[in-house]
Design a protein around this ligand. Structure first.
Ligand SMILES: [Zn+2]
Length: 125
């Protein structure tokens, strides 16, 4: 295997982990997906509206991160609503951020390999 391919292969395998995690979560979910509001559990409704199930006692992170979530939604909607918002959302969260993370992961793995190779050429004390 070419030396540059190993970090690239590892990066690709690491990139598959979130996809596998999402697949497992979605196939193991006890309820079928729906956008309808349900009184007993969260659905897509909770994503599209404020979650009626969350309370500061059972979801403190939800209330801490809700302003950040609102800021991100407003930033993505600055270009307009509807299709423009959807495209901005997809571009940022499905293209730009994953590509940035893949590039950073590849750089770390490549540099770690280079460091190991250079350390092996040093004389041992
Ligand atoms: Zn909910």
């Amino acid at each position: 295997m070419l030396p540059a391919l190993r970090p690239l292969l590892l990066t690709g395998l690491l990139a598959l982990l979130p996809l596998l995690f999402g697949l497992v979560i979605n196939t193991a979910a006890p309820h079928p997906p729906t956008a309808a509001r349900t009184p007993t559990h969260c659905t897509r409704y909770c994503h599209n509206h404020a979650c009626p199930h969350a309370t500061p006692a059972n979801s403190p992170a939800y209330f801490q991160l809700r302003p950040l979530y609102g800021s991100i939604v407003r930033a993505l909607a600055t270009g307009g609503g509807g299709t423009t918002y959807i495209l901005a959302n997809l571009l940022v969260f499905l293209v730009a951020i994953p590509l940035l993370l893949l590039r950073l992961t590849y750089a770390v793995l490549r540099d770690a390999r280079t460091i190991r190779r250079l350390q092996s050429t040093l004389p041992h004390a």
